[in-house]
Ligand binder design. Structure first.
Ligand code: AP5
Length: 203
């Protein structure tokens, strides 16, 4: 069976963590607008650079992001899409370019989200995601090279959550109203959340 999975959730819900595992489990592409934009932060577009929006916690303009997703999905035979769509106009664009087999919402409370994001650290060499409290590497060499994302500072985190409530919650509501939304409780250890996800995908 082909897997075309959309994983929705607030910043810090665990979309990146779980998408990587799902991509490995099913041999599909992990398509994430966040990573694609971070890799091209200083690319000049007619709207300015992605960095100017991202570091402030705002959304990058739709035409830039739509193009990234269109190109990535064309090449993918099965995917887990993470970080897109983030507003209703992106959701409409997505429905024009592909069909989905599963739309999953990873549900996590706001208090938990802030703690997860401000404690997140990234390994610039491998792209691996860690957390100062919940998932700290034992290897000292790795510990030393971990960095915090610019937009994971507390003030920017709060702005990202505000942008999420304003723009992205209506997307979740849109899929819920269509009866397509599968809700998964994302407040448990990563392996438990992963089992819940594979259960609903294979169920
Ligand atoms: P993006 O990179 O997409 O960020 P996000 O959606 O805000 O999501 P995050 O990556 O912050 O969170 P996540 O859910 O992946 O959490 P993670 O697994 O890392 O976007 C960044 C920016 O790019 C946006 O602000 C915007 O400017 C721009 N952008 C991107 N897409 C766009 C679009 N479509 N349109 C316009 N602009 C766009 O987990 C978080 C932490 O929690 C980690 O430390 C992890 O170790 C820990 N953790 C994970 N799971 C658990 C668990 N079960 N228990 C305990 N800790 C856990």
């Amino acid at each position: 069976m082909s897997h075309r999975i959309l994983l929705l959730g607030a910043p810090g819900a665990g979309k990146g963590t779980q998408s990587k595992k799902l991509a490995a489990e099913y041999g599909i592409e992990h398509v994430t607008t966040g990573d694609a934009l971070r890799a091209n932060k200083d690319m000049e577009t007619e709207y300015g650079t992605p960095r100017s929006f991202m570091d402030a916690g705002e959304l990058v303009p739709d035409p830039v992001v739509n193009e990234i997703v269109n190109a990535a999905l064309k090449e993918a035979d099965g995917f887990v899409l993470d970080g897109y769509p983030r507003n209703l106009s992106q959701a409409e664009y997505l429905s024009e370019i592909t069909d989905l087999d599963a739309v999953i919402f990873l549900d996590v409370s706001e208090e938990e989200l802030v703690g997860r994001l401000t404690g997140r650290r990234m390994d610039p060499e491998t792209g691996e995601i860690y957390h100062v409290e919940f998932n700290w590497p034992e290897d000292e060499e790795i510990q030393e090279r971990l960095v915090q994302r610019e937009d994971d500072k507390e003030d920017t985190v709060r702005e990202r959550l505000r942008v999420y409530r304003e723009n992205t919650e209506p997307v979740i509501e849109h899929f819920r109203e269509r009866g397509d939304l599968i809700e998964v409780d994302g407040e448990a250890a990563p392996d438990t959340v992963f089992e819940r996800l594979t259960d609903v995908i294979e169920g």
